[in-house]
Design a protein. Structure first.
Length: 244
């Protein structure tokens, strides 16, 4: 599972797999579908399917990657799930600190717990911290993220399922936006995306439009690859600049 097609990263690392649904964006979770598929294929790591499972045997995996990588941590789960003990997160952070050649991207739907952890722990300087904001009711998550002392603090507005309106983007360095994929995908509208993009430009924040997903720019449902990732005729996939 190390290689990935996720465009804003180039490897994934899953010392934790599985999760429980937290908010609206979880309704059609791609990771849950994939975990069940992998269990069906006989992959030992996914013998529990999408039940939360920690994997001590995976902790040293990044140490075998000598070439620098952008690494998405727990693409198949949530490192800051309530059932992941802080002492296990300590071990994840030890691996991160021991591999400064890599940049780690941690994304959670539980920024309250992320904030709690980093209130008593330093953020490694090769870690980007992010939270998911897919609907207006989850904009509160940004408040837990903005004050953390990380080189990059980012939002994933994917799947974007409604207009987020005005956001306080103080302290945010990067925003990723994408539509939902799959047969049951909910529509995304261009003006929702543009409103986020405009706010990013106003605050000099890197903006990354990942994809339309199942619903195209024209409001027609089709294969996500056919819908592509053009926004107003161009690909906009900016990456953030770390502070030093």
């Amino acid at each position: 599972m190390a290689e990935t097609k996720i465009e804003w990263t180039d490897k994934t690392w899953n010392p934790v797999t599985g999760c429980t649904k937290k908010s609206e964006g979880c309704l059609h979770c791609y990771a849950e579908v994939m975990a069940r598929r992998l269990k069906g294929m006989g992959q030992v790591k996914y013998k529990n399917a999408f039940k939360l499972t920690v994997h001590p045997e995976s902790l040293d995996e990044p140490k075998t990657w000598t070439k620098p990588h952008n690494i998405f941590v727990c693409s198949m789960g949530d490192l800051f799930h309530e059932k992941v003990p802080f002492d296990f997160i300590d071990r994840v952070m030890e691996t991160i600190a021991a591999t400064p050649q890599h940049r780690y991207q941690i994304l959670t739907k539980r920024p309250e717990r992320l904030h709690e952890y980093f209130t008593t722990h330093d953020v490694p300087q090769n870690v980007w911290l992010g939270t998911t904001v897919e609907s207006q009711r989850n904009k509160f998550r940004i408040d837990y993220l903005r004050g953390l002392h990380a080189p990059v603090r980012f939002l994933s507005c994917e799947p974007l399922i409604e207009d987020l309106g005005e956001m306080d983007l103080t302290g945010i360095n990067w925003v990723i936006v994408g539509g939902e994929s799959g047969m049951q995908a909910r529509p995304i509208k261009e003006d929702w995306i543009i409103r986020i993009k405009d706010q990013c430009e106003q605050h000099h924040i890197a903006f990354f439009f990942k994809q339309w997903g199942t619903w195209g720019q024209d409001g027609i449902k089709r294969n996500k690859h056919a819908n592509g990732k053009l926004l107003q005729g161009e690909i906009i996939q900016q990456m953030p600049t770390e502070w030093s």
